[in-house]
Design a protein around this ligand. Structure first.
Ligand code: SF4
Ligand code: SF4
Length: 190
């Protein structure tokens, strides 16, 4: 390749690069000045895991062990004892090693009662990895602090000002806007 051909190729590549940059600029801003500007995290994103405590203080978890069995990384440890007062179990221990968790959310999908959920909180960086060996108190606290959370069975849920748990309206659910449009189409056809 002679010098002129090389220069022409370089100019063409620069032109292509500039075109990509200007197309991106037309679409608007893509970056946030984190931590001064918080990025918008989609509700269905597994940034971390939490356990949900009902408004009356009871565990939603029924100690069925489904999440522990399904976890491909084997990072969930549950201990339970028979409920001396009746049916079911008493949850004695619920740990997740969040360092070795791969955030696949298989546990969340397996849970029959939406007790373990995905949350949007991505700010768990720490110098002390031991703090990410999450025990039940840690996972409960994550559930209490979460602005909203997600499970495939109940969708997006949140706590209202009275501390009651509510399922978010359809427009705030994943795919909800598309569903509303479909419903509106059907109504206009009738
Ligand atoms: S997200 Fe995946 S790896 Fe992490 S605890 Fe759940 S099933 Fe295990
Ligand atoms: S699958 Fe759900 S209910 Fe069963 S032990 Fe796990 S968190 Fe608890």
């Amino acid at each position: 390749m002679n010098l002129i051909t090389e220069a022409a190729k370089a100019l063409r590549d620069i032109g292509k690069g500039m075109a990509v940059v200007s197309r991106a600029a037309e679409k608007g801003k893509h970056t946030n000045l984190y931590p001064f500007e918080m990025p918008e995290i989609p509700p269905v994103s597994c940034q971390s895991l939490a356990l949900i405590i009902e408004a009356d203080g009871t565990d939603r978890c029924v100690s069925c062990l489904a999440c522990e069995k399904v976890c491909p990384s084997q990072v969930i440890t549950i201990e339970r004892t028979r409920n001396p007062e009746g049916k079911g179990f008493v949850l004695e221990r619920f740990d997740i090693d969040l360092v070795n968790c791969m955030y696949c959310a298989a546990c969340v999908e397996a849970c029959p009662v939406s007790a373990i959920v995905t949350i949007q909180d991505f700010e768990l960086s720490t110098y002390d990895l031991q703090t990410l060996k999450a025990d039940k108190a840690f996972l409960d606290e994550q559930g209490r602090r979460a602005k909203q959370w997600y499970s495939p069975k109940l969708g997006v849920e949140y706590r209202n000002e009275q501390g009651e748990i509510q399922v978010a309206p359809l427009e705030q659910q994943p795919g909800g806007e598309a569903e509303l449009l479909k419903q509106a189409d059907k109504e206009s056809d009738n």
